[in-house]
Every structure is written in structure tokens, then in C-alpha cells.
Design a protein around this ligand. Structure first.
Ligand SMILES: C[S@@+](CC[C@H](N)C(=O)[O-])C[C@H]1O[C@@H](n2cnc3c(N)ncnc32)[C@H](O)[C@@H]1O
Length: 188
């Protein structure tokens, strides 16, 4: 059995939605947008994906690069990138963006989503998990960006929604927070 690199390097397990998505997506080229120090990138790399992991935090990228070098991983590349630029340079079979969109400039989010969609190959997948702010459940955290009801679903009109929900979650401090969770497939 391969070593669990997440536990070797003291990282949390991969996001549960990444784990579930990987169970139904064949390994290919994946972009991990807002990878932090790499819990999802390492998991997907170990599942056989060719991973590009990006984050605007150079320290997080350096930490992931150190793990990649230490473990001689040839299928993970980590680089500093500001997602607000919405200027992806390559196409992917899968783009995962978990709990990251809420830190972006709200004015840039629609363009970021369009750029993700444009750089997903036909038949490829986007996974998004992002905080929401709704009348029923005002967001208890002052994130720069949150989705409104059905806003993410509308942004993916024409894609096949393999999973979509706006469920309530509980934060470590007990506060209730609504998340938009989506796994969508681009038409062939
Ligand atoms: C809560 S962490 C989520 C990390 C990871 N996706 C996960 O599921 O564990 C949010 C990450 O988004 C990154 N981030 C925030 N704004 C960003 C931006 N404009 N461009 C790239 N990364 C950004 C932060 O540096 C941080 O690593």
C-alpha cells in the first residue's frame, strides 16, 4: 500500500468532496486552484492524476514544492498564481476549487468561473465548494465573496450537474455556514 503523504507531512486529509469526486473521475490532468500546502494535490497525485497546484501564497507553494522534491514526485507541479487574474495558461480534464473562491475579489469571480470553464476540456469536470450568504443563513464570516442562492448553479447553465447542493455545515466554533457544493461536467 502506498504511504499516505498527507499524514506523513502532518497535512489534513483531502477535502471530502475531492475524495468523492476522485472516486468517479478517471485520472487525467487536474488543476488544484487555491491548493494551500497541498492536501488535495498530494491526494490526487497519489490517485494517479497529473496535478498542477496553484496558490497566491508563496509559503504554501514552497512547502508543497519541498514535499514534491523530497518524495521525488514527478506528477505534481506547484506554482504561485493569483486566481483573480483569470488567465489560466493550459486546459485540464478536472479543475478543483475547494473553499477558495470566497477569498477572491468579488468583481473577478464571474470572470474566474468563465476562465475555469473555458480551460476545461469537453467532457471534463469542475468541482467547487464555496461559502454562501443567504437570507435564511447569513454568512457568519466576513469573506470578501459569497454565493447567493442558485448563483453557482446559474453560472454552470448548460453543464451536467453531477452534484449540486446548498447545504448547511457547522464550523469549528459551532457557527452554521451554508456552502454551495458542485461537481459539474462540461458537455462533449
Ligand atoms: C481555505 S484555503 C483552501 C485550501 C484548499 N483548497 C483546501 O481545500 O484545503 C484557501 C486558499 O486559497 C488561497 N487563495 C486565496 N486567495 C487567492 C488568490 N487570489 N489566488 C490564489 N490563491 C488564493 C489561500 O492562500 C489559501 O491557501
Amino acid at each position: 500500500m502506498p504511504t499516505d503523504l498527507n499524514s506523513t507531512y502532518g497535512l489534513s486529509p483531502a477535502h471530502s468532496e475531492v475524495v468523492q469526486a476522485c472516486a468517479q473521475i478517471a485520472p487525467g490532468e487536474v488543476l488544484d486552484m487555491g491548493c494551500s500546502n497541498g492536501r488535495n494535490a498530494l491526494y490526487m497525485g497519489q490517485r494517479g492524476f497529473q496535478v498542477t497546484a496553484v496558490d497566491s501564497n508563496p509559503n504554501a507553494i514552497q512547502m508543497l514544492q519541498a514535499i514534491v522534491a523530497q518524495e521525488k514526485l514527478t506528477n505534481i507541479t506547484a506554482q504561485v498564481y493569483d486566481i483573480n487574474q483569470a488567465s489560466l495558461a493550459a486546459d485540464y480534464d478536472f479543475i478543483a476549487c475547494t473553499v477558495t473562491l470566497m477569498f477572491l475579489d468579488p468583481a473577478r469571480v464571474p470572470t474566474v468561473l468563465r476562465d475555469m470553464q473555458a480551460h476545461t476540456r469537453a467532457g471534463g469536470y469542475n468541482l467547487i465548494v464555496c461559502a454562501m450568504d443567504t437570507e435564511a443563513n447569513p454568512c457568519p464570516v466576513n469573506f470578501p465573496f459569497t454565493f447567493g442562492p442558485a448563483e453557482l448553479e446559474r453560472a454552470y447553465a448548460g453543464w451536467e450537474l453531477l452534484k449540486y447542493n446548498e447545504d448547511l455545515g457547522t464550523m469549528h466554533n459551532g457557527a452554521r455556514l451554508q456552502f454551495a457544493t458542485m461537481l459539474a461536467r462540461k458537455p462533449e
